[in-house]
Write a protein that binds this ligand. Structure first.
Ligand code: SF4
Length: 86
């Protein structure tokens, strides 16, 4: 279900293989202090986790769990990648 929702915006081949497609999309957008473990556990078993994370970094996805990462982690990763590219 989440990928069906996300696929309205995402036109990438990996979307069809996403493990989260049968889950409630809101599960992947927990409120501050909410449950991040459940969606992250789903990501752990997803065969497109790397493509999903790559997409989230490329498009600067600011909210939600993508590629098994939180928004906080992606911000740190993006800063690190920018420093390495400089
Ligand atoms: S890595 Fe997680 S958020 Fe990304 S497609 Fe897979 S299950 Fe969905």
């Amino acid at each position: 279900m989440i990928v069906q929702t996300r696929s309205w915006v995402i036109d990438e081949p990996w979307v069809d293989l996403a493990a989260c497609r049968s889950f409630d999309p809101m599960l992947f957008f927990p409120l501050p202090g909410g449950d991040e473990r459940t969606p992250m556990a789903i990501c752990e078993n997803c065969c497109v986790v790397e493509a999903c994370l790559d997409y989230a970094i490329r498009t600067n996805e600011r909210w939600g769990i993508w590629g098994g990462t939180t928004q906080r982690y992606r911000r740190k990763l993006s800063r690190l990648l920018r420093r390495q590219a400089a």
